[in-house]
Design a protein around this ligand. Sequence first.
Ligand code: GLA
Length: 702
Amino acid sequence: MNTPRWLLLPLTAALLLGPAVCSSPAQPAAQPTPSSAQPDATPPALHLGTAWYPEQWPESRWDADLSLMEAAHIRFVRVGEFAWSRFEPSEGHYDLDWLDRAIRAAARHHIAVVIGTPSAAPPAWLTAKYPETLRIKEDGRPDEHGNRQQFNWADPKYRELARAMAEQEAKRFGHDPNVIGWQIDNEYSDLSYGPADKAQFDDWLKARYHTLDNLNTRWTTAYWSETYTDWSQVPIETTYGNPGLLISWKRFVSDTWRSYQKNQLDVIRANADARQFITTNMMGFFDGYDHYTVSQDLDLASWDDYVGTGQLNPISNGAAHDLTRGFLRKNFWVMETQPGFVNWSPDNNSLDKGGVRAMAWQDIGHGADAVSYWQWRSDLNGQEEYHGTLVGADGTPVPLYAEVAQLGKEFAKAGPALAGTTIHSDVAILHSYDAFWAINWQRHNKAFDPIANLVAYYGAIRSITHSVDIVSPSVPLSQYKLVVAPALNLLSDQQAQNLIDYVRNGGHLVLTQRSAMKNEDNGLFTERQPGPLVSLLGGRVEQYYALDSTIPISGAWGTSPTKIWAELLSTSNPDTQVLMRYGKANGWLDNQPAAITRKVGKGRITYIGAALEGPTLAAAAKWMVTDADVHPEFGTLPPGVDLYIRKDATHEVWILINFDEAPQTITLPSAFTNVLDGESNSTTHSITLKRFDVVVLQRPTP
Ligand code: GLA
């Protein structure tokens, strides 16, 4: 057997401190020193964690693993989320003693515990005895044991058994001082399409529409003779059904995940200390259900942040963070992230050296208070043998361990400065599952990707403001100076009124292509776009065109080619100005308005009908930010450098990361204390960052 790499390498100062000004990626792996580790006695402000599966290992090994975690400053483990067959080896016979011992062992190493409820992986005896708990796949066949997520999220028996399991866990550990929180299930995703699920969908439709006449009218079922005379005739459709049916199924799915979650959440809440949070781990822009619906009962939003193939894209990953922060509009956790590489992507390359640490600091910069690696040690068998870990199958650290240990040290150091700080944004981007589902069912041009479109606006604005919130159009908006709604295709009456009130109260609203076309039932408004906002805008979309070629646009934001989608705009109010026009195009669009705007009292509403990219998108973003009187705390950053600002009433913390290959220098607007800079808190005005360098700076709120 080869000598473990970490045993061959000298203990370096790399884990102790970075260079004087900025802190660099980890140097060669350092030997862990479990016996000499001196963790803080107080709970950390920044939580570094890992997914640990003690049920897979002999208890005699636990201490060695926990020692290695402690040496890397890992402060929590997430356990139990797939351990149902160990918790309940046969029906009604529970064994939680081993988890108790694992929690006690973790406590001895100053490692707190987040407990998962194991409902994502039911035991074989359960699905064999109660076959109705297996989900029915879309092709009509039941799922089977051997993978995970084979359960039926709507099935009453499954819910009864999952709740009983969660209750046992909560009664045993709900007051355990070393348990800090709960994760319900794991990555809700797979659905069931059987007759019992269909019957529940019928009940859901009855509760929403009350009468079939109402449903038939709102779905325009006279079209193609779709008229229903009995609830049971309504099918389940997921891709090419009536738009009213499609969106109803998605809402049923979302409500059913919410009630599935609440079934376990209520029994945990009834048995647990209030200090123990309850969350579930979500998946960024995954759109299998409406996350605003499902989040509302949780204490904390969390998500699993994986890059897969390639290296981190700070813009799209940043947008996914800000989306998650928007679910409950507060700080969140990264419950899983990749230790170097995954096993499920087409190419499972590793993040380059230093990239894991930079990614973790990006998480914190966007408002995460925890970063947790999936997983600690390679499973000896199972579907994920190749996945990245911090410790190999041999039980010794892999090369990445040192980088994570450096991070742990930094989290401990920066924790006090970041404790209680949050993100403040003057700009919100609106995101709606309804709207994006509606577009994805009828893209009209296959290249129109609503998430890519949102991320493009997000990136252009964030590069100026260094902070953007992503929130639902249903939430109060008065705190924002600028609200941008990329492709907000579908609007409820409440949301339309929310936007109108926002503008009338002095906000600047920017609607972009395909916005406000459809009502709550995914049917067309009887007014052209932007539907209920036409009179406020003093203009409208005369016609939309899916483009098969590139056409020019020019005006206030410069000149550039545009493609994919174009809306021919008109003005009907003398106050409404044309900002951009199409050039020579398809005849219909030639010289017609492509972007219009109207000032309404102190507010403003703008509609952008063309796809903006590159310099025109940058100029439009600049125009919006300036017109809305947003004053970013810092000017333009060098390419590849990201700035994140977290603050409380008295101080603010700036995190700067360079994701560019080339070193970049930034001159700061005032003196800061360098939080990671050794014991000596220095002040600095100018910093140079190499690729993946991270600097954490602090100053009193100006
Ligand atoms: C998901 C799951 C984990 C694990 C990882 C692997 O996030 O929640 O259990 O399978 O993927 O990347």
